[in-house]
Design a protein around this ligand. Structure first.
Ligand code: DX5
Ligand code: ZN
Length: 217
């Protein structure tokens, strides 16, 4: 949350995974918005069915982006991706709690001076995150099964956000909690407990990004 003109405003991170425009055009349009981060979804065709980027593609694709990067790695082997973006304007790199290794990537990301995040799938128990809460700066609660944009929010996942907000308060921690997937004008109010919302197809499939962004934020 942040305050703009006396109003509490949700932080926003925009995903360009599903858009009605070309990737270049979409990135240019997003860069003009007053969003906090650019949400970069990376899929390897193994951890999730779909594939979009090789590690070496990322610096070229993101070279003109001025927003801080919120990189969501839906991949089985994060190391080459972390290496490929380590010198870019990265706020968070997030790997999935469902991977075998956790601390290996959290430590690698921290050694680069970047914030580390953990993402959790809809069918994963929120308790799996508890051992790592002291070590991470960001949590991505998936509102959909990862791997594509435009899916319907699975509302039960909001309960995980409420639980994590309680844990954050009780343990006096300051990680940001993000909801990813299925956020649109209908579900916007439901995801209010989050600190950050991913705006994906609801924004990038619209005709007027600025107008839609202001309605959704
Ligand atoms: C899905 C991605 C999300 C997705 C969100 O696996 O992690 O970031 O792009 O898109 P919408 O908002 O369309 O569900
Ligand atoms: Zn994502």
């Amino acid at each position: 949350m942040k305050v703009i003109e006396g109003w509490w405003m949700m932080k926003t991170t925009v995903s360009f995974l599903k858009s009605k425009y070309s990737r270049e055009e979409t990135l240019k349009k997003i860069d003009k918005l007053d969003c906090d981060y650019l949400h970069v979804d990376v899929m390897d065709g193994k951890f999730v069915e779909n594939f979009n980027f090789h590690p070496e593609d990322l610096p070229e694709i993101l070279k003109d982006v001025t927003k801080e990067l919120d990189v969501h790695l839906m991949v089985e082997d994060p190391t080459p991706y972390i290496e490929a973006i380590k010198d870019m304007n990265v706020k968070y790199i997030t790997t999935h709690i469902e991977l075998q290794e956790k601390h290996k990537y959290i430590d690698m990301i921290h050694s680069l001076g970047i914030g580390a995040g953990l993402a959790i799938n809809p069918d994963t128990d929120v308790k799996r995150l508890y051992p790592y809460l002291d070590d991470i700066q960001y949590i991505i609660v998936m509102g959909v099964v990862p791997g594509k944009g435009g899916q319907k929010l699975i509302p039960e996942n909001v309960l995980k956000i409420i639980k994590l907000q309680e844990m954050k308060k009780d343990k006096n921690l300051d990680f940001e909690i993000c909801i990813d997937g299925g956020v649109n004008l209908e579900t916007r109010e439901l995801v209010e407990p989050a600190d950050v919302i991913v705006l994906g197809s609801a924004l990038c499939m619209s005709d007027n990004y600025k107008e839609t962004f202001n309605k959704l934020r």
